[in-house]
Design a binder for this molecule. Structure first.
Ligand SMILES: Cc1cc2nc3c(=O)[nH]c(=O)nc-3n(C[C@H](O)[C@H](O)[C@H](O)COP(=O)(O)OP(=O)(O)OC[C@H]3O[C@@H](n4cnc5c(N)ncnc54)[C@H](O)[C@@H]3O)c2cc1C
Length: 388
């Protein structure tokens, strides 16, 4: 078993790490205060060619793999990126785009992927609704076919990139009587009649990503914008997307755990109490050790799930285990990191407090801790179903 990254992956890691340290990390307090997506960062991503990492070169993308992309996201988090902006970037790279890469037909790929790859077109993924979160199969948004188009009605909730996206992958019920097999996926452009952005939501963390409702009021979507067949939206598009979401998207949180270790170790080395640097005290060392071990475990689980996706292997259990572990561990890492900083940990200029606010979503988005535990438990007991 070879645990080394390839030379190319090491280069990708170092490039993103340096970029983040030099340009992104110094502006994270400003990004957090603004509560807006940083367009200057998007412009830099466009210049660097980082908007279509997973898109095949044939359609103007970088043709990178899942592990390559996870390595880049992890490097950004480790170098101190705010995981809000990283989330906006990750949604565009993965769940807003992967359905077209993996499930789109040739016409859909040619129409959308080149614009997504240049960053001219920003994407999002719209599954969650005001009354339906974990129990996604019972969604209320409907898509009714009328000749050559569908009419979509419903509201989507908590949509990352909702206010800034040019295109949404929308999951809606085409036949409620069929349950999970009655759900379909659509590529919906923001200019289609009946598409509008609802209220922008004010969040405790992830403030570099914009989150909103999306409203579909008799929204007209051409039949040619359906992904795969009617009924494939949950069992194929949604299920496959979740594995990407649980690996790539969460990689920045893994990186954040490395950033917390660096911040806490540096602080513990220079803060003196009772005549010694606090790093000499065993209780501080224990917290640092726990933070480091959990960071490394998270990376190993991440890289395995991402590697499996690159081999074309289904990884629902591995992606769930990675995400379940990381959701808890990155919160603990932020709490320990803040504790090591004492009172200064609560001060925004010390940056560790943002880790705590940003960590919360890791245990909620893309499957809550409880839902992931249920998936893991059902897998080991052989009782998994289509819906959970
Ligand atoms: C900042 C942010 C960004 C997001 N971005 C997106 C996005 O881009 N696209 C998108 O579609 N969605 C997005 N989401 C939605 C996210 O995926 C949901 O919040 C998540 O799936 C949980 O759904 P819910 O919030 O409705 O909670 P609920 O499902 O209502 O859960 C409430 C509580 O009940 C628990 N629970 C539920 N079912 C069970 C069970 N069977 N057993 C035990 N406990 C259970 C949950 O774990 C949780 O603790 C985002 C959410 C946030 C906060």
């Amino acid at each position: 078993m070879d645990f080394n990254l390839t030379e190319e992956q090491k280069m990708l890691h170092d490039t993103v790490f340096k970029f983040t340290r030099n340009e992104w990390e110094p502006r994270t307090v400003e990004i957090d205060d603004s509560d807006c997506f940083p367009w200057w960062l998007w412009d830099r991503f466009r210049q660097l060619g980082w908007c279509g990492l997973l898109i095949p070169e044939k359609y103007g993308g970088s043709g990178l793999g899942v592990l390559d992309t996870a390595v880049m996201m992890e490097a950004a988090g480790h170098a101190g990126a705010d995981t809000g902006s990283a989330l906006a970037w990750g949604v565009h790279l993965s769940i807003g785009t992967v359905p077209i890469i993996l499930c789109g037909n040739e016409q859909q790929k040619q129409k959308y992927l080149p614009k997504i790859a240049t960053g001219e077109c920003i994407t999002c993924f719209a599954l969650t609704e005001p009354n339906i979160g974990s129990d996604a199969v019972n969604l209320q948004c409907t898509a009714v076919r009328q000749g050559d188009h569908y009419v979509i009605n419903g509201t989507k909730m908590f949509i990352t990139n909702g206010p800034i996206a040019d295109l949404a992958i929308v999951i809606a019920a085409t036949d409620k009587s069929k349950g999970a097999r009655g759900i379909s996926a659509f590529i919906v452009e923001k200019d289609f009649p009946g598409y509008s952005v609802g209220r922008k939501l004010d969040k405790v963390g992830q403030r570099g990503s914009e989150t909103s409702e999306l409203i579909f009021d008799n929204c007209i979507v051409p039949v040619e914008n359906r992904l795969l067949e009617e009924g494939d939206g949950f069992i194929k598009v949604g299920a496959m997307n979740l594995e990407y979401e649980r690996s790539i998207l969460s990689a920045a949180w893994t990186g954040m755990m490395g950033y917390n270790v660096d911040l806490a170790a540096a602080y513990a080395g220079q803060r003196t109490q009772f005549g010694h640097p606090i790093v000499k005290y065993s209780q501080i060392r224990e917290m640092l050790a726990r933070m480091k071990v959990n960071y490394e475990i998270s990376k190993l689980l991440l890289y395995r799930a991402a590697w499996m996706k690159d081999q074309g292997m289904p990884a629902p259990l591995e992606a769930s285990m990675y995400k379940a572990f990381t959701g808890k561990a990155c919160m603990e890492s932020a709490i320990d990191g803040m504790q090591i900083h004492g009172g200064y940990g609560l001060m925004r200029e010390y940056k560790i407090e943002r880790s705590l606010r940003d960590a919360k979503l890791a245990a909620v988005g893309a499957g809550t801790d409880q839902v992931l535990n249920e998936i893991i438990a059902r897998t080991v007991t052989g009782t998994r179903s289509l819906t959970l």
